[in-house]
Design a protein around this ligand. Structure first.
Ligand code: ISL
Ligand code: CA
Length: 591
């Protein structure tokens, strides 16, 4: 394994790869039921091949009650009927491989669905053989289990404290869930509570139990044996909890405590991932990709997780750069300071320079659209700001991830009212905030800026009625701007965001300095320009980008040094060495 590690550290194929994330529900519907499916993806593979991406990551396609759009899995070894069958999956996988691409599955094993047979058995009672597969605890001493959660009874379960939570709650501890409310659900039959860091329909698995771990490793091997090329591991840094489950410091709202110190990168997380690596990945001849999604991960932990010699994961998704514009919460919008972004990404660049590897992303199915967030999605600047953002990201050192529609410069969606909002996180937040007395119109503004549905409106294939996504009624309405922002128009226009992304991906494939070059941040204190160099052997690349809607002069020394150095990529036509146009980005190459 140590030898494996050494070889991987230098030549790992995924260092020069670009990953494309597909959210199957919203990508392409083949049968007119309004929900994207596997056959729809298979039919669109040539588009992805043309874009040039190397790997496809599918958000979950397993059977699921869809409480959290498939991140609540009820069977790890089958395909959700809405999306197709295992035969459809095998066809998709074969078609991906035929085109020389790879396919990575989403692995959601911090929790299951409450409808998974493991949890059904666990819930049978304290003597169930699988009781210990989840986190069951008795009511807190002195708490009053009967007085709370009024009105939220469902299937014999009472929510621990949506009305009268906080310190009086009988829940075993005071943790809040990511989706509002308590992280505990009361089970009337046994009088006990189970832990759910996400929705009550997503009970957390107890990784302390070795049978749980072996069951997870077995299902992973099952998919690898079927031919998949790796996993994106959902909230994998939350799997180890402090078994004492101590109360957390109270949140600003005074209702719930912050349990994250007791479950983010918990005491045994590295041990578990090393065990997983030994049990699942070690010794497989295939070339696989593993990426751990890790909210709250620090650079120090990330270095451990991605050190090839330790055998944990190839890379992690960290969240620092997508939290810089949060106020009191993610829904409290604060403008981004460019110097904060540079400080953060720059720190991750240097922190993982010698050991480990970065993933690079602006978007995924949980994030608002980047052109609406850090760029300008109005008609004048949308294309140029989207291509600038893509250029800056893809020229960092690490493996870039493109989220479906990002390559078209797709924008946030104009939700008219809470009725238009589908996502469980957004609806929970809205209910809690309005109950707490916040102005509903302002809460909705926060959702418009930050809600996860922004990323989930259907892929915009063409200008037709439902954007070519479906012939039926889409499960979430298409963005009305699909009449101008769509794949057909973008493919036909050489100046489109799509063709710029295609050129960025091609540049990574042809230019070793993009993959391996070292990274030096320039102009760290500048609030308008993002600038850095990448150097590999005799090649130096300079990346220069304007993060504003105004022309910005290039500092004289940089302008003088690079004036005659050819451009390998730009987004604004012929350049003026002394000034960057609004949202302009350039990549110079000196040998
Ligand atoms: O988007 C978020 C809420 O602010 C994040 O906290 C998100 O919930 C977190 O990054 C974990 O995300 C992953 O696990 C969730 C699922 O809802 C997300 O879609 C998934 O990406 C639970 O499985
Ligand atoms: Ca369908």
């Amino acid at each position: 394994m140590a030898l494996d590690g050494l070889r991987d550290a230098h030549d790992a194929w995924w260092k020069s790869a670009v990953v494309y994330q597909i959210y199957p529900r919203s990508f392409a519907d083949s049968n007119g039921d309004g929900i994207g499916d596997l056959a729809g993806i298979t039919a669109r593979l040539d588009y992805l091949k043309e874009l040039g991406v190397d790997v496809l990551w599918l958000s979950p396609v397993y059977p699921s009650p869809q409480d959290d759009n498939g991140y609540d899995i009820s069977d790890y070894r089958d395909i959700e009927p809405l999306f197709g069958t295992l035969a459809d999956f095998d066809r998709l996988l074969a078609s991906v491989h035929e085109r020389g691409m790879r396919l990575v599955m989403d692995l959601v094993v911090n929790h299951t669905s409450d409808e998974h047979p493991w949890f059904r058995e666990s819930r049978e009672g304290p003597n169930s053989a699988k009781r210990d597969w989840y986190w069951w605890r008795p009511a807190r001493k002195g708490g009053d289990a009967t007085g709370e959660g009024a009105g939220s009874e469902s299937a014999g379960l009472v929510s621990a404290g949506s009305e009268s939570a906080g310190s009086e709650s009988a829940a075993p501890n005071n943790w809040g869930s990511f989706f509002s409310g308590s992280a505990w659900q009361h089970d009337v039959a046994s009088g006990e509570y189970y832990l759910h860091l996400f929705s009550p329909k997503q009970p957390d698995l107890n990784w302390e139990n070795p049978q749980v771990r072996q069951a997870v490793y077995a299902l992973m091997r099952w998919w690898l044996d079927r031919g998949v090329d790796g996993f994106r591991m959902d909230v994998i840094n939350l799997i180890s909890k402090d078994p004492d489950l101590p109360d957390g410091a109270l949140h600003g709202d005074g209702l719930y405590g912050d349990g994250s110190p007791y479950y983010i990168c918990g005491p045994r997380v590295h041990e578990y991932l090393q065990e997983m690596h030994r049990e699942v990945f070690a010794g497989r001849p295939e070339r696989l990709l593993t990426v751990g999604e890790m909210p709250g991960v620090t650079l120090e932990h990330a270095r451990l997780f991605t050190d090839p010699a330790r055998g944990e994961v190839d890379m992690v998704f960290q969240f620092e750069h997508v939290g810089l514009d949060f106020g009191r919460s993610k829904f409290d919008v604060r403008p981004l300071r460019l110097t904060d972004l540079k400080a953060s990404l720059g720190r991750w660049q240097s922190g993982l320079a010698e050991v480990g590897w970065n993933s690079l992303y602006w978007n995924n199915h949980d994030q608002p659209r980047i052109v609406s967030r850090f760029g300008d999605d109005g008609p004048e600047h949308r294309v140029r700001s989207a291509t600038m953002l893509g250029t800056v990201l893809h020229l960092h050192r690490g493996t870039p991830y493109v989220y479906q529609g990002e390559e078209l410069g797709m924008t946030n969606a104009p939700f008219a009212s809470i009725e238009d909002v589908h996502d469980i996180e957004a609806r929970g937040h809205y209910a809690q905030a309005v109950r707490a007395g916040e102005d509903p119109a302002r809460v909705l503004d926060g959702l418009r800026a930050r809600g996860r549905d922004n990323a989930r409106t259907p892929m915009q294939w063409d200008a037709s009625e439902h954007a070519g996504f479906t012939t039926g009624i889409p499960w979430l309405p298409v963005n009305p701007n699909h009449t101008t922002i769509n794949a057909a128009a973008a493919v036909a226009d050489p100046e489109s965001v799509y063709h710029h992304y295609r050129r960025l991906i091609a540049l990574r494939h042809s230019e070793p300095a993009v993959v391996h070059g070292d990274f030096t941040m320039l102009l760290a204190d500048d609030e308008r320009l993002y600038a850095f160099t990448r150097r590999y052997r005799d090649t130096t690349l300079l990346v220069l980008a304007n993060f504003t809607g105004e022309a910005v002069p290039v500092p004289a020394d940089l302008a003088a040094e690079w004036a005659d150095v050819p451009l390998v990529l730009g987004n604004a036509g012929p350049i003026d060495a002394t000034v960057l146009r609004p949202w302009e980005a350039r990549v110079h190459r000196r040998v």
